[in-house]
Ligand binder design. Structure first.
Ligand SMILES: NC(=O)c1ccc[n+]([C@@H]2O[C@H](COP(=O)([O-])OP(=O)(O)OC[C@H]3O[C@@H](n4cnc5c(N)ncnc54)[C@H](OP(=O)(O)O)[C@@H]3O)[C@@H](O)[C@H]2O)c1
Length: 283
């Protein structure tokens, strides 16, 4: 049997604690650093999702106004930690990204926020834009950013919807004569037709005015169904949103992939299609 004297035991204990602390420090410094533009309905949930993931470190949040100026986003999200100060977009000067370096910017702000990103792209900071609607000119600007850094643009960033887009194209290739209809269901107050439904129609080469069917009832967060009608069978692909955290999970998925990507323009569909290709079993 081995016997240690108390001073040796305490020395060993101290050494192990030191090792654990160093490991933790190393883990934290290796985390992917995230800066978020937008702290509205979606941005704050996305910020929370990144904060809760061990692989990421939420560095800061930028919003349009001076609301909650320099307060910690983590505190506002209900965590007992001082992290991720909130800046107003007025403070985002060209040197902002050198003073507050991050690996990736995640944009859930507005179609104008990207106007601040060129100095970030010059520093090699990658960009995820989740803005739902851009004008043609904004897309040209994003492409200019993509000459310098990796940019992922995804007007619908949930994994499920992007999976639906890829899977439906495969099904259409296998059954080119199927009748296809798209049904989108949302809460009663949603006025416009779902942009995602239009995107599905466009991807499948369908006339969006004829093949997109909208239903507005109660509090449905969002449901998209693609119906493939064949003479003797019907195939239905359905995606249902449960809550906005799905947008954060999509952004996290994108960030893990984008962090090692070379300069260029990417979409969630690209990533998922690539995964499909690599993972389809060979019979
Ligand atoms: N891709 C997807 O899957 C997906 C999903 C959901 C939402 N979105 C998109 O995400 C964006 C935000 O949606 P939301 O519902 O969260 O809107 P929201 O509640 O109106 O929040 C917008 C946020 O962006 C900030 N902001 C606006 N302009 C800015 C600028 N130029 N620079 C920095 N911050 C700016 C606002 O700051 P203040 O709070 O100071 O006003 C606010 O915090 C929209 O474009 C929406 O379409 C995309």
């Amino acid at each position: 049997m081995l016997w240690y004297n108390p001073s040796e035991l305490s020395f060993r204990f101290e050494r192990n604690i030191k090792k654990l602390r160093m490991k933790r420090k190393e883990e934290i410094s290796n985390r992917i650093k995230i800066g978020i533009f937008g702290f509205g309905k979606t941005g704050r949930i996305v910020a929370d999702e990144f904060f809760k993931e061990d692989h990421f470190r939420l560095e800061w949040v930028v919003r349009r106004t001076h609301k909650d100026h320099h307060k910690y986003a983590t505190r506002l999200l209900g965590h007992e930690v001082d992290g991720a100060p909130i800046y107003s977009v007025d403070e985002v000067s060209p040197s902002f990204f050198q003073k507050n370096p991050v690996d990736i910017i995640v944009d859930f702000a507005s179609a104008r926020a990207h106007e601040h990103y060129m100095p970030a792209a010059d520093c090699g900071i990658r960009i995820i834009s989740a803005i739902s609607k851009y004008k043609e000119k904004d897309l040209v600007d994003l492409k200019k950013l993509a000459d310098k850094t990796a940019v992922l643009y995804s007007p619908n960033i949930t994994l499920g919807v992007n999976f639906l887009l890829v899977a439906s194209q495969i099904l259409q290739k296998i059954a080119p004569h199927a009748d296809i209809e798209i049904v989108e269901e949302h809460f009663r107050g949603k006025k416009e037709v779902s942009g995602t439904a239009f995107k599905i129609a466009e991807t499948l080469g369908l006339d969006k005015d004829k093949h997109v069917n909208s239903i507005r009832v109660g509090g449905i967060v969002g449901r998209h169904e693609i119906i493939f009608g064949l003479p003797n069978q019907t195939i239905r692909l359905v995606h249902e949103s449960i809550n906005r955290a799905a947008f954060g999970q999509g952004a996290i998925f994108a960030a893990r992939w984008l962090v090692d990507a070379p300069a260029g323009m990417y979409s969630m569909e690209n990533i998922i299609a690539d995964m499909f290709k690599r993972n389809i079993p060979v019979y």
